[in-house]
Design a binder for this molecule. Structure first.
Ligand SMILES: Nc1ncnc2c1ncn2[C@@H]1O[C@H](COP(=O)(O)OP(=O)(O)OP(=O)(O)O)[C@@H](O)[C@H]1O
Length: 278
C-alpha cells in the first residue's frame, strides 16, 4: 500500500534542533493528525518535508523513493504538496489567477484538470473567480490556499493549521472537503490546533512536543486517553490551551460559540513574491 514515510527526521533552525528524530507514516487515503503546542516543531517538520528546510539527517520516502534534500518543485512534482502555516495570496490577483499561479509548472492538460478538480471541491470559489484575493473572507482565502495545493493533484498533502483564524462555521465547511480529498485516495497529514477537529477526521495521530514525538498511535485511542495529549500540552505549562483543545466543541474552543464573527473570518492578505510565476 502506498505511503509517505517521514523517517528519523531532525531539523535544525537557528543552530539548534527543533525537530528531533521524528518518524511518522502517512498512509494513502487517510488523514493522519499531528498535534502539539506552539513551538513543538510541527511547522518545521512540514517545511522539511516540502524541501524548504533540509532535514539533517532524515528521510522522506514516497513509496520508497527518497525525496529528502530535493528542491521544493521536485518534491511537489513527485506528488507531495504542503500548505505552510499562514500562507498568503497575491492580493491584487483574482481568485482564478491565484489558482493559475500554482499551476505554472504543470502541463496545460494537468493544469486544466487540476483547476477543475479544485473548483469541484470548492464550488464557492467558482462563483468568486474574478474577485481580487484581498476582497475575500478568511474562509474563502483558506479555500484558495487549499486549492493552490490541490491543483497539482498531489498524492500526499501536508496541511499546517487548517482552521487558524477561521470562524467555526467556516471550519465546519472545510472538514467535509478534507474528508473527500482523503476518500479520493490522497494521504493527508493534518496539523490542527483543535484536537476535536483533527481527531474527528484522522485515523492515525501523533503528538509532538519540544521537537520529539510524545505519542504515536490511533486517533481513536487518543480520543479515549486524552491525558496523553494533555500531558504534552501541559509540559509547556499551558493548561488553558490544553482544556481549550480538549473540552467542548470547536466553537467553544475558538471562544466564538455564535459562529458568526466577521472579524474572526477576515485576515489581512500579503503578497508572497516567491509564488509568482517564473
Ligand atoms: N526562522 C526560525 N529561526 C530559528 N528558529 C525558529 C524559526 N522558526 C521557528 N523557530 C523555532 O523552532 C521551534 C519550532 O517551531 P515551529 O514553528 O516548527 O513549531 P510549531 O509546532 O509549528 O508551532 P506553531 O504552531 O507556533 O508554529 C520553535 O522553538 C521556534 O522558536
Amino acid at each position: 500500500m502506498s505511503q509517505l514515510e517521514l523517517r528519523d527526521i531532525t531539523v535544525e533552525r537557528g543552530g539548534r534542533p527543533v525537530v528531533k528524530d521524528v518518524t511518522i507514516t502517512v498512509p494513502a487515503g487517510e488523514v493522519t493528525a499531528l498535534l502539539g503546542p506552539n513551538g513543538a516543531g510541527k511547522s518545521s517538520l512540514v517545511l522539511a518535508v516540502g524541501g524548504v528546510l533540509r532535514p539533517r539527517p532524515g528521510s522522506v520516502l514516497l513509496d520508497g523513493t527518497e525525496l529528502a534534500g530535493q528542491r521544493p518543485e521536485r518534491i511537489r512534482a513527485a506528488g507531495v504538496a504542503i500548505v505552510p502555516e499562514g500562507r498568503r495570496l497575491l492580493p491584487d490577483l483574482s481568485v482564478d489567477d491565484n489558482i493559475r499561479v500554482a499551476t505554472y509548472a504543470l502541463s496545460k492538460k494537468d493544469a486544466a484538470d487540476g483547476r477543475a478538480r479544485a473548483l469541484e471541491l470548492f464550488p464557492r470559489l467558482g462563483q468568486r473567480l474574478t474577485v481580487p484575493a484581498r476582497l475575500l473572507s478568511g474562509g474563502e482565502q483558506q479555500m484558495v490556499v487549499l486549492a493552490q495545493a490541490l491543483v497539482s493533484q498531489p498524492r500526499y498533502i501536508l496541511i499546517d493549521e487548517l482552521s487558524l483564524g477561521l470562524a467555526p462555521v467556516i471550519v465546519n465547511q472545510l472538514i467535509p472537503v478534507i474528508r473527500e480529498v482523503a476518500a479520493s485516495g490522497v494521504g493527508i497529514l493534518l496539523i490542527e490546533q483543535f484536537a476535536t477537529v483533527a481527531l474527528s477526521l484522522a485515523t492515525g495521530a501523533h503528538v509532538m512536543e519540544g521537537g520529539v514525538l510524545r505519542y504515536s498511535g490511533t486517533a481513536a485511542e487518543l480520543k479515549e486517553h486524552p491525558d496523553r495529549l494533555h500531558s504534552a500540552y501541559l509540559l509547556r505549562g499551558s493548561a488553558v490551551e490544553a482544556s481549550a483543545v480538549l473540552d467542548g466543541s470547536v466553537a467553544e474552543a475558538l471562544g466564538d460559540a455564535s459562529g458568526a464573527g466577521e472579524k474572526a473570518e477576515l485576515r489581512p492578505v500579503r503578497a508572497v513574491p516567491h509564488m509568482m510565476p517564473r
